[in-house]
Each structure stands twice: as structure tokens, then as C-alpha cells.
Design a protein around this ligand. Structure first.
Ligand code: SAM
Length: 222
């Protein structure tokens, strides 16, 4: 994603009501955090998107699935700021944001606290020496295993076939099981049921790029 420095982005984010400023303090207590926010006393599954960009996918998901709590993670203030502007119009009480680098995601969530992780159009980092930065690579998948519930899922979408082929190879070494995958999501009736498009997905599918997707699972017994 092309980044422009937006003046005042950090300051706006630091005082924004949709951004959790000290996620380390909420670690292990996300259920309580959302119970207070929603004003109910029920447990709800927690789904997160890592690298959410402007966050429209999560806003649409949160609106479509009010019974699920969502957290969007984005490391760049200038990108997150765009999402916050949209969130003002939608004001969802089952969605909040963290401005963190997912490298340190285990500082924000307890082991077993997250039910599902979405990775959408993750940066490909094509150079070999940058492989460790790829979110669907084994280094990150192992970090994600440190916060997922046993049996929890990761759903990954991309139009980048090279990145997807790499990601398929990483699943087993990182200790996950494949549930299903496709190289052409929009022509796969089963896997595209209920699909909500991300901003990148709309952009790349509109120029004819097929969208790849997998769903993987952390084993019940790790
Ligand atoms: N998911 C969105 C979509 O599909 O429209 C945005 C995709 S964009 C290509 C990838 C986003 O992931 C960028 O905004 C980038 O800043 C973010 N990102 C990449 N690595 C990250 C990390 N380690 N932690 C948090 N965000 C990250």
C-alpha cells in the first residue's frame, strides 16, 4: 500500500474512541472489554484481521455478524486514520482497532483468546530475505498459534499466486491443518458463499485477477 504521511494522524489515533490505546492492559480480558462496550453479559467469538488497511471488510463483517466481536490490526497510522473516518459514520459496538505491528501480537492477546484470524491481501514481500515479514509465512503463523484457540481458523485471501503458493507450503511446517482452498474464489460456489470483498479484492478482481483463498485450522491438541 502506498503511504503518505498524514499530518496529525498519530494525535488523532491517540485520542480516538475506536482505537484501543493500551491493548497489553486488555490482554486476557477481551470478553469483558466487549461485554462492557455492548452492554450485554454474553460471551461472543473474537475474530481479528491482521493488516486490515482501511478496514472496510471488517466494518461490513461486523455489521453482517453482530454476534461476533471483531478487532482490526493495522500498523500504519496514516492507513488506520482512513478507517476511523468511515467508522464515525457506522459506529459499530462489536468492532475496535489496534495500531500495532503484528510482530508483537502476542503482547495484546492471551493464548486461546482469538477464534479466527483473517489475512486479506497481505503484503507479498517478494525478496527471499524478507520472507519472515510475510504474514502467511511460518514465522507469523507460529505467532498466531500463540493467540488462537485450539481448533481456531485462519482465512487467507490474495490475488498474488506466488504468495499463495508459498503460503500453501507454510501451513504444515507451522503446525496447522488445511481445511480447504481454491485458486478461484469467485467461481467456487461453496467457498464464496457469504464472501465479503475487501478493498484490494474489489480492485484486483475488477481487472480480472482470480482470487485465491485458504482456510486452515490449528489442531485441537497442540
Ligand atoms: N486487508 C486490506 C485489504 O484487503 O483491502 C489491506 C491490504 S494491504 C495490501 C496490507 C496491509 O497490511 C497494509 O495496510 C499494511 O500496512 C498492513 N500490514 C502489513 N504488515 C503488517 C504487520 N506486521 N502488522 C500490522 N499491519 C501490517
Amino acid at each position: 500500500m502506498r503511504l503518505r504521511h498524514i499530518k496529525g494522524a498519530e494525535e488523532t489515533i491517540a485520542s480516538n474512541r475506536f482505537v484501543i490505546q493500551e491493548p497489553e492492559a486488555v490482554k486476557g480480558h477481551w470478553q469483558d472489554y466487549f461485554k462492557e462496550l455492548r452492554g450485554d453479559d454474553l460471551p461472543h467469538p473474537l475474530h481479528i484481521e491482521v493488516g486490515m488497511g482501511k478496514g472496510r471488510f471488517l466494518m461490513d463483517m461486523a455489521e453482517a455478524h453482530p454476534d461476533i466481536n471483531y478487532i482490526g490490526i493495522e500498523m500504519y497510522s496514516s492507513v488506520l486514520l482512513r478507517g476511523l473516518q468511515k467508522m464515525e459514520e457506522r459506529d459499530l459496538n462489536n468492532l475496535r482497532f489496534l495500531r500495532i505491528d503484528a510482530t508483537y501480537i502476542e503482547d495484546s492477546f492471551e493464548k486461546g483468546e482469538v477464534d479466527r484470524i483473517y489475512l486479506n491481501f497481505s503484503d507479498p514481500w517478494p525478496k527471499d530475505r524478507h520472507a519472515k515479514r510475510r504474514l502467511p509465512g511460518r514465522v507469523f503463523l507460529k505467532r498466531f498459534a500463540g493467540i488462537l484457540v485450539p481448533g481456531g481458523n485462519i482465512e487467507f485471501k490474495t490475488d498474488n499466486r506466488e504468495l499463495f503458493d508459498f503460503a500453501l507450503e507454510e501451513v504444515e511446517p507451522a503446525g496447522y491443518e488445511m481445511i480447504e482452498y481454491t485458486f478461484d474464489l469467485h467461481n467456487n460456489e461453496k467457498m464464496s458463499a457469504g464472501n465479503i470483498m475487501t478493498e484490494y479484492e474489489e480492485k484486483f478482481s475488477s481487472i480480472g485477477n482470480p482470487i485465491c483463498k485458504y482456510i486452515i485450522r490449528l489442531p485441537e491438541q497442540v
